[in-house]
Design a binder for this molecule. Structure first.
Ligand SMILES: Nc1ncnc2c1ncn2[C@@H]1O[C@H](COP(=O)(O)OP(=O)(O)OP(=O)(O)O)[C@@H](O)[C@H]1O
Ligand SMILES: [Mg+2]
Length: 483
């Protein structure tokens, strides 16, 4: 029996590695996957560890089997560091900045597409796309230029033309020419013909890697969004799919403002207990042979004890998460390690609870890091709750918050984002990041229940009426919260 516990492989916590471990076999084809596959959605929005890269990897695989050209753009292709050093620093503000970035993105994606078609179709490219062939020969011949170089050089052409009022008249024509991508526009009919022969898909993931929160970084992403929206109109066989972390998206004003206009294109990644249970039991099935016909509950109980502290063991584990696949995988893997150390034949209370200590610390720190641009040093706000009771009445919570604002409760470092804010603002942030659960009535699985819920379970428009809160179990052990 010991074998079963140690034989299970829950997989790697990030899709980039998981894809080599078994993701292709145990991937869950969610509604999100199907909508992206059918091009009904083109923008993936999700928190850390919710499965953006898993979708991208599986979409790449799917489109390749459909004989499409698939271009997976990786962070090396768009380093924010390089962006900072490559752009001329100007003092004259950033007029039309987003449109300069948008035009450069469009240019880059068109050029890559043409190059890829040239590679894939070889001689028939020359005949189907004469002008494009000529254009590449004259402008990008055998060049060692990286994608980033192409992007930056176009952007610099635009920036180079931005001048004071005197020359404006002469140069504005040239500028218009660049904004409208006139060199490329005439090639688009050819590009459409090429797409009709062979679909082409860009998959752009990990835009948050190396993110520095600068204005340029924001423009870079906002420009890509605008470019993708417009390129996706070109042909049903020419698609750009982008993923973005939710918190980053909320922080780019131009994106956020346009959100409503394009809401139909966004695929928000959400999980619930059932889908997470499916995700983890599929992994158990994958690693132990002969389980295909067992039901998910049987697969789970082969490895895990029935109950942990009188609670169904899966419910116990999932309640320690914000419903993100990576969290489940992490906690299960760490519990498994403890069980193997202790030579247990099932993962039970001792293994899970001892794994929870490290897990709770990691998650608390990770959540704080996740919001480092929006709410720097968020962990110092969490620390204020150290040693407190896990359930908190509104009056107590308001009291704590007002003491933080007045400086009577110390946060260690000063949290500038709390300047001029009130108690409700702090409560709201703690809710948004998943730290607080609210006691309320909600419908879960078609049943009404009165319980503590978090933002990963329900959306609450008005927190003002909530009278009781509790601290999410994931943070409790690390902060020494009393149950
Ligand atoms: N639909 C799915 N089916 C099976 N496993 C999944 C699915 N979605 C995500 N996972 C797994 O969950 C884990 C986290 O997913 P992933 O790495 O894609 O998250 P992410 O959103 O890209 O996170 P980050 O923002 O840190 O890049 C990985 O192990 C991945 O394989
Ligand atoms: Mg990822």
């Amino acid at each position: 029996m010991l074998n079963d516990v140690s034989a299970v492989k829950f997989g790697a916590p990030a899709a980039e590695r998981d894809i080599n471990q078994g993701l292709k076999d145990y991937f869950i084809e969610t509604g999100a996957f199907n909508r992206l596959k059918n091009h009904r959605k083109t923008i993936i929005l999700g928190n850390r560890g919710t499965g953006k890269s898993a979708l991208m990897k599986m979409l790449a695989k799917h489109f390749r089997t459909e004989n499409a050209i698939v271009i997976e753009m990786t962070p090396e292709d768009y380093s924010y560091d390089l962006l900072q050093s490559a752009l001329k620093k100007e003092s004259d503000g950033s007029w039309a900045k987003v449109s300069a970035f948008t035009a450069s993105w469009k240019y880059l994606l068109y050029v890559i597409a043409l190059k890829k078609y040239q590679e894939a179709l070889k001689t028939s490219f020359k005949t189907t796309a004469k002008n494009s062939h000529k254009y590449l020969r004259n402008n990008h011949k055998g060049s060692q230029q990286s994608s980033f170089d192409i992007f930056i050089s176009y952007l610099n052409r635009i920036e180079g033309l931005k001048v004071g009022p005197y020359e404006a008249g002469i140069k504005s024509k040239e500028l218009q020419h660049l904004y409208k991508l006139e060199e490329i526009i005439e090639l688009l009919p050819e590009l459409k013909k090429l797409a009709a022969r062979k679909p082409i898909i860009f998959l752009i993931d990990e835009l948050d890697k190396g993110w520095d929160g600068s204005e340029d970084a924001k423009m870079f992403v906002a420009g890509l969004f605008q470019a993708a929206l417009s390129l996706n109109e070109l042909s049903s066989n020419f698609k750009v799919i982008i993923s973005l972390r939710k918190e980053l998206h909320d922080n780019i004003p131009t994106l956020y403002d346009d959100y409503q206009k394009n809401i139909d294109l966004f695929e928000g990644l959400e999980w619930d207990e059932d889908s997470l249970f499916q995700l983890i039991t599929k992994r158990i099935e994958h690693s132990i042979s002969g389980l295909a016909y067992r039901n998910p509950k049987e697969k789970w109980n082969l490895i895990f004890a029935e109950k942990i502290m009188d609670i169904d063991s899966f419910k116990y584990i999932v309640s320690r998460t914000l419903y993100r696949p990576r969290e489940i995988i992490q906690l299960c893997t760490e519990s498994q390690d403890r069980a193997i150390e202790k030579r247990r034949n099932k993962i039970g209370i001792n293994s899970v609870v001892s794994a929870e200590a490290k897990y709770s610390e990691n998650r608390t720190k990770d959540i704080s890091a996740e919001y480092k641009f929006q709410y720097p040093n968020l962990i110092n706000l969490f620390e204020v709750f150290r040693g407190k009771e896990c359930s908190i009445k509104r009056s107590e919570l308001e009291d704590i918050c007002s003491k933080i604002i007045l400086g009577d409760l110390k946060t260690g470092v000063k949290l500038n984002w709390l300047d001029g804010q009130n108690e409700e603002f702090i409560i709201n942030i703690l809710w948004q990041v998943g730290f607080l659960l609210a006691k309320t009535t909600a419908t879960v699985n078609n049943e009404q229940c009165h319980d503590y819920f978090g933002i990963h379970q329900i959306s609450l428009i008005n927190l003002g009426n909530i009278k009781e809160f509790s601290i999410h179990p994931m943070f409790r052990i690390f902060l020494g919260i009393k149950e």
